[in-house]
Design a protein around this ligand. Structure first.
Ligand SMILES: *Cc1c(COP(=O)(O)O)cnc(C)c1O
Length: 311
């Protein structure tokens, strides 16, 4: 990034040549199957621009990432919200919920804010049953935090020419959230359509330089995975000692049941600890707590203990 800083008077490469080449080689797909975005959130929006309109709809879990719903609303598309037993996507029910008017099925895997993962078997059965007229979007923002054996292989379906879009990001494992860079792996035809509605320089030059460097920074990746794994154990252990039920997480955050979540959110914030209230997700008794450094995790648990003792 320091090297790239000297070139910031120039426009970025609007075709992201080097980044697409590096990602394609890493993932075993063609550069024409990659679409870099200003965060993968931009790509969720591009999917909406390309595929959604008032006579169409999406299928998503009822505790799924809120952006899917927002993008559908922006196009006045219908949202079919499928219940998530045990906070987990029910892929069989989602396949059944697809209608002729459905254009996108969104599957956050792991899902935010629940942290739950659906495995290979459920994914394969879903892919065998879902009608092919709807785009299946696997949003894998957190997938590379998991060890390889826990990650379902969904890229095989893109390679096989299925109507599948996989979203990945440099915001989570690689710690580059402030730069805004993510990407889609998708059929060439879908990439072409999204290229027509995106801005010509949607991804900035600093972000591309950082992403290329980050892909080679294996030591950082290993350190981050370990930090998240240990942090999850600390938090989940701490919640258990406080008698708070939580949803076992495959991501870098935990959904924890504290009762009257907004009150806890506000009281923690007064102590300088910021968590997410979950009433917007229909979970007024929960908050979502993200793993930090060992010191931050300890401070969070301490603050939480005080807040709960106070009420
Ligand atoms: C964080 C996140 C993203 C990606 O965010 P960007 O920073 O825009 O790449 C996408 N989906 C989910 C479910 C997320 O939690």
């Amino acid at each position: 990034m320091r090297e790239a800083a000297g070139q910031m008077h120039r426009y970025p490469d609007g075709d992201a040549f080097y980044l697409k080449r590096a990602l394609a080689a890493r993932l075993g797909v063609e550069p024409g199957q990659i679409l870099p975005g200003n965060g993968s959130n931009e790509i969720i929006e591009l999917l909406g621009h390309v595929f959604l309109s008032p006579d169409t709809g999406i299928v998503a879990g009822d505790r799924a990432f809120v952006v899917y719903r927002l993008v559908a609303a922006a196009s006045r598309a219908e949202v079919v919200a499928v219940p998530m037993p045990n906070y987990t996507h029910d892929l069989d029910a989602m396949a059944r919920a697809v209608k002729p008017s459905t254009r996108i099925v969104f599957i956050g895997n792991p899902n935010n804010p629940t942290g739950t993962l659906v495995g290979q078997e459920a994914v394969d059965r879903f892919m065998a049953n879902v009608p092919d007229h709807a785009v299946v979007c696997f949003d894998e923002a957190y997938i590379d935090l998991l060890p390889p054996e826990r990650r379902p292989d969904v890229l095989q379906y893109v390679r096989a020419g299925r109507n599948v879009v996989v979203l990945r990001t440099f915001s989570k494992l690689y710690g580059l959230a402030g730069l805004r860079i993510g990407y889609a792996v998708a059929p060439p035809e879908a990439v072409r359509l999204m290229n027509r509605v995106r801005q010509p320089f949607n991804v900035n030059a600093m972000a591309m330089a950082a992403a290329l460097a980050a892909m080679e920074d294996h030591a950082f990746v290993e350190r981050t995975r370990a930090l998240v794994r240990e942090g999850l154990e600390t938090l989940e252990g701490g919640f258990a000692r406080l008698g708070l039920p939580c949803v076992p997480s495959a991501a870098n955050f935990v959904l924890v049941e504290v009762k009257r979540g907004r009150e806890v959110f506000e009281a923690l914030q007064r102590r300088g600890v910021v968590v997410r209230p979950m009433d917007g997700y229909g979970l007024p008794d929960h908050v979502r707590i993200t793993v930090g450094t060992a010191k931050e995790n300890a401070r969070c648990l301490r603050a939480l203990r005080e807040v709960l003792a106070d009420r």
